[in-house]
Design a protein around this ligand. Structure first.
Ligand code: VGL
Ligand code: ZN
Length: 180
Protein backbone atom coordinates (compact mmCIF):
# COMPACT_ATOMS: atom_id res chain seq x y z
CA UNK A 1 0.00 0.00 0.00
CA UNK A 2 1.24 3.44 -1.03
CA UNK A 3 1.60 6.49 1.19
CA UNK A 4 2.51 10.06 0.34
CA UNK A 5 4.62 12.18 2.70
CA UNK A 6 4.39 15.92 2.03
CA UNK A 7 7.39 17.53 3.70
CA UNK A 8 7.19 21.09 5.06
CA UNK A 9 5.12 22.85 2.37
CA UNK A 10 4.83 25.87 4.67
CA UNK A 11 4.66 29.61 4.04
CA UNK A 12 8.14 30.36 5.36
CA UNK A 13 9.70 28.02 2.78
CA UNK A 14 7.74 29.55 -0.10
CA UNK A 15 8.31 32.86 -1.90
CA UNK A 16 7.75 35.71 0.58
CA UNK A 17 8.64 33.51 3.54
CA UNK A 18 11.58 34.01 5.88
CA UNK A 19 13.51 31.00 4.53
CA UNK A 20 12.08 30.98 1.02
CA UNK A 21 13.23 28.10 -1.15
CA UNK A 22 13.52 29.12 -4.81
CA UNK A 23 10.48 27.70 -6.59
CA UNK A 24 9.07 26.34 -3.34
CA UNK A 25 5.50 27.11 -4.35
CA UNK A 26 5.86 25.17 -7.62
CA UNK A 27 5.45 21.91 -5.73
CA UNK A 28 1.92 22.84 -4.64
CA UNK A 29 -0.07 22.13 -7.85
CA UNK A 30 1.88 18.91 -8.41
CA UNK A 31 1.06 17.72 -4.89
CA UNK A 32 -2.58 18.75 -5.22
CA UNK A 33 -3.01 16.57 -8.28
CA UNK A 34 -1.17 13.66 -6.65
CA UNK A 35 -2.84 13.52 -3.26
CA UNK A 36 -6.09 12.05 -4.53
CA UNK A 37 -4.23 8.98 -5.84
CA UNK A 38 -2.93 7.97 -2.44
CA UNK A 39 -5.00 6.16 0.19
CA UNK A 40 -2.75 7.58 2.90
CA UNK A 41 -1.47 11.17 2.79
CA UNK A 42 0.54 12.59 5.66
CA UNK A 43 2.58 15.75 6.03
CA UNK A 44 5.31 17.12 8.21
CA UNK A 45 5.61 20.64 9.53
CA UNK A 46 8.72 22.36 10.73
CA UNK A 47 7.42 23.57 14.10
CA UNK A 48 10.01 25.49 16.04
CA UNK A 49 9.91 27.23 19.41
CA UNK A 50 10.74 30.97 19.49
CA UNK A 51 14.27 30.22 20.61
CA UNK A 52 16.27 27.26 19.41
CA UNK A 53 19.87 26.53 18.43
CA UNK A 54 18.41 25.86 14.98
CA UNK A 55 18.05 29.65 14.59
CA UNK A 56 21.81 30.13 15.00
CA UNK A 57 22.12 28.32 11.65
CA UNK A 58 19.03 29.63 9.89
CA UNK A 59 16.87 32.75 9.84
CA UNK A 60 13.90 32.49 12.20
CA UNK A 61 11.24 30.41 10.40
CA UNK A 62 8.25 28.17 11.06
CA UNK A 63 7.74 29.26 14.65
CA UNK A 64 4.86 27.17 15.95
CA UNK A 65 1.38 28.69 15.61
CA UNK A 66 2.51 31.51 13.30
CA UNK A 67 1.46 32.31 9.73
CA UNK A 68 4.89 31.27 8.49
CA UNK A 69 4.37 27.77 9.87
CA UNK A 70 1.00 27.28 8.13
CA UNK A 71 0.73 25.20 4.99
CA UNK A 72 0.92 27.12 1.72
CA UNK A 73 -2.62 28.48 1.28
CA UNK A 74 -3.11 26.70 -2.07
CA UNK A 75 -2.13 23.28 -0.75
CA UNK A 76 -5.25 21.09 -0.49
CA UNK A 77 -4.44 20.35 3.10
CA UNK A 78 -7.88 18.87 3.85
CA UNK A 79 -6.53 15.76 2.09
CA UNK A 80 -3.78 15.42 4.69
CA UNK A 81 -4.81 12.82 7.23
CA UNK A 82 -2.15 13.45 9.84
CA UNK A 83 0.46 16.15 10.45
CA UNK A 84 3.79 15.34 12.09
CA UNK A 85 5.51 18.20 13.96
CA UNK A 86 9.28 18.29 14.12
CA UNK A 87 12.06 20.58 15.26
CA UNK A 88 9.95 21.28 18.32
CA UNK A 89 12.79 21.31 20.87
CA UNK A 90 15.34 24.06 21.62
CA UNK A 91 18.32 21.90 20.81
CA UNK A 92 17.38 19.82 17.78
CA UNK A 93 17.16 20.67 14.08
CA UNK A 94 14.47 18.09 13.48
CA UNK A 95 15.15 17.83 9.77
CA UNK A 96 13.53 14.42 9.45
CA UNK A 97 9.78 13.81 9.66
CA UNK A 98 10.70 10.66 11.58
CA UNK A 99 11.86 12.96 14.40
CA UNK A 100 8.33 14.27 14.90
CA UNK A 101 7.47 14.68 18.56
CA UNK A 102 3.66 14.64 18.46
CA UNK A 103 3.40 11.17 16.90
CA UNK A 104 5.70 8.42 15.63
CA UNK A 105 5.66 8.52 11.83
CA UNK A 106 7.15 5.06 11.22
CA UNK A 107 4.64 3.48 13.55
CA UNK A 108 1.72 5.43 12.08
CA UNK A 109 2.59 4.35 8.53
CA UNK A 110 3.09 0.73 9.54
CA UNK A 111 -0.25 0.68 11.33
CA UNK A 112 -1.88 1.94 8.11
CA UNK A 113 -0.26 -0.89 6.16
CA UNK A 114 2.05 1.35 4.15
CA UNK A 115 5.04 -0.37 2.62
CA UNK A 116 5.81 2.11 -0.17
CA UNK A 117 6.36 5.75 0.74
CA UNK A 118 6.47 8.58 -1.78
CA UNK A 119 8.32 11.64 -0.48
CA UNK A 120 8.06 15.20 -1.82
CA UNK A 121 8.08 18.81 -0.63
CA UNK A 122 10.65 21.17 0.86
CA UNK A 123 13.53 21.29 0.97
CA UNK A 124 15.36 18.73 -1.14
CA UNK A 125 18.72 19.24 0.57
CA UNK A 126 17.44 19.30 4.18
CA UNK A 127 14.13 17.93 5.34
CA UNK A 128 13.24 15.97 2.22
CA UNK A 129 16.71 14.41 2.21
CA UNK A 130 16.61 13.52 5.91
CA UNK A 131 13.06 12.17 5.69
CA UNK A 132 13.73 10.03 2.61
CA UNK A 133 16.93 8.58 4.13
CA UNK A 134 15.09 7.75 7.37
CA UNK A 135 12.26 6.26 5.37
CA UNK A 136 14.69 3.75 3.83
CA UNK A 137 16.15 3.06 7.28
CA UNK A 138 12.68 2.35 8.61
CA UNK A 139 12.15 -0.29 5.94
CA UNK A 140 9.83 1.51 3.52
CA UNK A 141 10.33 1.19 -0.21
CA UNK A 142 11.01 4.87 -0.75
CA UNK A 143 10.34 7.05 -3.79
CA UNK A 144 11.37 10.66 -4.36
CA UNK A 145 9.01 12.66 -6.60
CA UNK A 146 11.56 14.71 -8.50
CA UNK A 147 9.16 17.33 -9.89
CA UNK A 148 7.58 18.00 -6.48
CA UNK A 149 10.70 19.08 -4.58
CA UNK A 150 12.80 22.25 -4.40
CA UNK A 151 16.21 22.87 -2.85
CA UNK A 152 17.60 25.61 -0.61
CA UNK A 153 20.89 25.35 -2.55
CA UNK A 154 22.92 27.36 -0.03
CA UNK A 155 25.74 26.18 -2.23
CA UNK A 156 24.98 25.62 -5.93
CA UNK A 157 24.46 21.90 -6.50
CA UNK A 158 23.38 21.00 -2.96
CA UNK A 159 19.99 19.82 -4.22
CA UNK A 160 21.54 17.65 -6.92
CA UNK A 161 24.04 16.21 -4.43
CA UNK A 162 21.21 15.36 -2.05
CA UNK A 163 19.31 13.57 -4.82
CA UNK A 164 22.46 11.57 -5.64
CA UNK A 165 22.88 10.64 -1.97
CA UNK A 166 19.25 9.53 -1.67
CA UNK A 167 19.62 7.41 -4.81
CA UNK A 168 22.75 5.75 -3.42
CA UNK A 169 20.88 5.01 -0.20
CA UNK A 170 18.20 3.12 -2.14
CA UNK A 171 15.61 5.79 -2.89
CA UNK A 172 13.91 5.41 -6.28
CA UNK A 173 13.42 8.58 -8.33
CA UNK A 174 10.03 9.00 -9.94
CA UNK A 175 8.22 11.72 -11.90
CA UNK A 176 4.72 12.64 -10.79
CA UNK A 177 3.38 11.74 -14.24
CA UNK A 178 4.60 8.17 -13.81
CA UNK A 179 2.76 7.48 -10.57
CA UNK A 180 -0.24 5.27 -11.25
C1 VGL B 1 14.35 22.97 6.54
C2 VGL B 1 16.17 24.34 6.87
C3 VGL B 1 15.78 24.59 8.15
C4 VGL B 1 13.56 22.11 5.61
C5 VGL B 1 13.95 23.20 7.83
O1 VGL B 1 12.33 21.97 5.81
O2 VGL B 1 14.17 21.55 4.68
N1 VGL B 1 15.47 23.54 6.07
N2 VGL B 1 14.66 24.03 8.62
ZN1 ZN C 1 13.71 24.53 10.47
Amino acid sequence: MKGLLVVDVQNDFCPGGSLAVPGGDKVVPVLNSLMKNFPVVVASKDWHPHQTVHFTKWPVHCVHNTKGAEFHPDLESERIQQVFLKGTGNKDDGYSAYEATNLDLARYLKEKGIDELYVAGLATDYCVRASALDSVKNGFKTYLITDAIAAVDLKAGDGEAAIEEMKKAGVTLVHSGDIA
